[in-house]
Design a protein around this ligand. Sequence first.
Ligand code: FES
Length: 568
Amino acid sequence: MRSSHWYAGDGRDAYIHRAWMRRGNPDSAFDGRPQIAIVNTASDLAPCNTHLDEIAQSVKNGIWEAGGVPLNLPMISLGETQVRPTAMLWRNMAAMATEEMMRANPIDGAVLLGGCDKTIPALLMGASSVDLPSIVVPGGPMLTGTFRGSPLGCGTDVWRMSEEVRAGLLSKAKFLDSESAMIRSRGHCNTMGTASTMGIMAEALGMTLPGVAGTPAADSRLLQAAHNTGRRIVEMVTSDLKPSDVMTKASFENAILALAAIGGSTNAVVHLLAIAGRLGIKLSLDDFDRIGSRIPLLVNLQPSGKFLMEDFYRAGGLSAVFKQLEKLLNPQAITVTGKSITSTIGDGEIFDSEVIKSIDAPLQKEAGIAVLRGNIAPLGAVIKPAAASPALLKHSGPALVFESIEDFHARIDSDDLDVTADSVLVLRGCGPKGYPGMPEVANMKIPGKLVAHGVTDMVRICDGRMSGTAYGTVILHVAPESAAGGPLSKILSGDIIELDVAARTLNVKVSESELAARKASVATENAYANPDRGWQRMYIDHVMQADTGADLDFLIGSSGSDVTRESH
Ligand code: FES
């Protein structure tokens, strides 16, 4: 065991390591049995993760039962709705903390407890760089809340209702009444937003026990699964089954298939690219388009569809989706069980065909992520066609440029705004470096004067991200971002933008020579963040672009689990 380098022998250092860890632990705790960290993102300030301490207790029971020693390791947590300016600014910090604390401590393996959007990606990135046996328990979605007799989807229905208030269709008082009904139980957002998507991605990558992802946080079967996970990690340490054994290129291909079929969040693109980067797996934006964009949409969940995660789990969950994709899955991928993913699907029965469709009768013939390129996004941009208006997937219209998110907020509802339903809203300065942290602002609200005329969707372009609970014809993750010198910084209001999703193109109708001669917008440059110290300075100096996962350049790859020096 790796931990025996701390605990074994009769020297002074081993004495110190054992003595300080005794605190009621029996002698047998140090007899060479696996020491398992429970990397736990429970936090009162990450409300989607507050219940993870209870899950940790079930994991602990399983670890003891299997002959291991459980050790709670509190980890940086990120409450998506709480931290400012955006949780994504700290995903890499949480990943770095996960990596360093796993390496620094006397552990042999880890159970990763996450839930809210960035937490599972950060844990998987960190664990990949240490490459000690690891397994995920996703914290699970909350139960479905209802308001005035109808279900409420976290996030998605906030966007919808706030638009209805703007359009005069819903009173402000009723809107505020819904607030206490939105969050019914423990758990993360119950739409197919980023948290639900990343829980499913963890399972699709093979990093959870089969059938766990999507189990509601309040469902006692999640505690049972946590217990079984505790047992399994001890076996994984014994057989030295590491993240690099489980997460191979084949696993990422399966995750991309699943991402398309579930109509998952566009945020999964940056997270999967970043995790792959830690493992040294060559994954590109084009892989998402090549593997996922022709896959049918099978899951009828908000924001693209109607139902919520509780329904998804009731209808058969990921196993049912995988059964439909069985012929497409790469059977070479294994899971934390050590067996091939295809052997873990089981019956994969669909119990509610309104929620999960068969591959022969899908919700949409083609889902997934489309990758666009052109003179606006030489390194690529993404769109989720399933969440867009079909009529806008081929569109040409004049740009209406906003220099920053502040400029957008100041002008979007102005009666003087020079905008029509054909305009293309362009928002820049919202990439990884410019904001910093690539916030979820790309799903810009529709200008007030158009809302009043019933306009509900427009083509929107941004170098930021979009909430996984949002929808619309939104082109996001434009790379390079404007703050990295991308052509987005040179677009002028009135330039004609041409979008053709079928052809995968996104261009501004300006000649190459004119675009090259133009200078970047001074107003946008003045709005870029420019901190002089701390994490934000380091982040801006080292963050990479969205097309490679927005990780820090010096965190790519793995350092393994060896510690360079012993303590003295
Ligand atoms: Fe935590 Fe949505 S705010 S998952």
